[in-house]
Design a protein around this ligand. Structure first.
Ligand code: XMP
Length: 321
């Protein structure tokens, strides 16, 4: 499916031209999430208005291992884009203290994200235009443009801003996800961005089941990095749409160095899907699972057991929260 009537090269040229026209010399603010949509918007806007663009990256502390640094390295160091990084991990954790209910977590994270965004935008003074990485499926799912609503937005930051911008620029709103990826490739974005698997807005917060603490998030981050690294060595990422680790709120007895231990368990999840409405669990090679189990239980302190979730959606969902 496509709304594009021109080649991707022409689309990029037209998009830059339109951004320049809509920005009309005013400063432009773009929130980066680490995902491909906002990354493509930022590169297009940088091409179009150069230094008039400022990107804001709110590091919630719920990103995967090294992801925050990668965002900064690419946009600030490689593209020389004005980038403000807000390290808000402690702030988010403080707000989420005692919050364990999944939808409540999402709400608190979304609200805090918006508050930080507003504070930072105000610090910048006059910001005329807001850049948004809306894509075509977002428009369909939100029920605007004459489409029936299918799904309420559940992205971080999907709440109204208490701040007025003179203009909202949405350069990729006619593109489907695959086209956004292709546009990113044409713009020279690294594979880590163009091929990034879907990652929920609230990030690891909804994969760390129950209470959120720095220590629990670190366990999850380390285990997840090992699983992704090993799976990617096999090349399976080309067939598997999402692969990640979950940290349930559950400990079990084990033996370590001849002594009884009582430690966390983590769960591997790898799914294949066409539309994320239904999904199947992927039959990962047993050797891969064994390698991942051996590495996680020896390298991630405090984990003595690894499970593998083979439940399809439905009845399960992709995420656990
Ligand atoms: P579920 O768990 O509903 O996931 O089967 C379907 C797809 O949606 C992603 N997902 C989210 N994405 N914010 C997001 O931006 C969220 O709160 C959220 N919850 C689930 C999930 O990763 C999968 O791709």
């Amino acid at each position: 499916m496509s709304n594009l009537k021109v080649s991707m090269e022409e689309f990029i040229e037209n998009a830059c031209e339109r951004i320049r026209r809509e920005a009309a010399g005013r400063p432009v603010l773009c929130a980066l999430s680490g995902g491909v949509d906002s990354a493509v918007c930022a590169i297009l806007a940088h091409r179009a208005v150069g230094d008039k663009l400022t990107c804001l990256f709110v590091d919630t502390g719920f990103m995967r291992k090294n992801e925050g640094d990668q965002v900064v390295a690419l946009f600030r160091d490689t593209y020389a884009i004005n980038l403000i990084r807000v390290d808000a991990a402690d702030r988010f954790l403080a707000k989420l203290k005692d919050v364990t209910e999944p939808e409540c977590k999402r709400k608190v994270i979304g609200e805090e994200f918006i508050r930080i965004f507003e504070e930072e935008a105000k610090k910048l003074g006059t910001v005329g235009c807001l850049m948004q990485g809306t894509i075509y499926p977002d428009i369909i799912e939100s029920g605007v443009d004459g489409h029936k609503q299918v799904k309420a937005h559940h992205n971080v930051g999907g709440m109204p801003l208490n701040i007025e911008f003179e203009a909202v620029i949405e350069p990729i709103k006619l593109l489907y996800k695959e086209e956004v990826r292709e546009c990113g490739r044409k713009l020279g974005l690294p594979e880590a961005f163009t091929n990034r698997q879907p990652f929920p807005g609230p990030g690891l917060a909804v994969r760390c089941i129950g209470a959120l603490t720095k220590a629990r998030l670190n366990i999850l981050r380390e285990a997840d990095a090992i699983f992704r690294e090993e799976l990617e060595k096999t090349g399976l990422q080309r067939e598997v749409q999402q692969y990640f680790v979950i940290l349930p709120d559950l400990q079990s007895v084990g033996v370590r160095n001849g002594e009884r231990c009582y430690e966390d368990m983590v769960v591997l999840r790898a799914i294949s899907t066409k539309n994320f409405v239904t999904a199947g669990a992927v039959r990962l090679p047993y050797e891969l699972i064994e390698t991942v189990v051996a590495r996680i239980t020896s390298e991630v302190k405090g984990v003595n057991r690894v499970m593998y979730d083979v439940t399809p959606k439905p009845p399960a969902t992709v995420e656990w929260e």
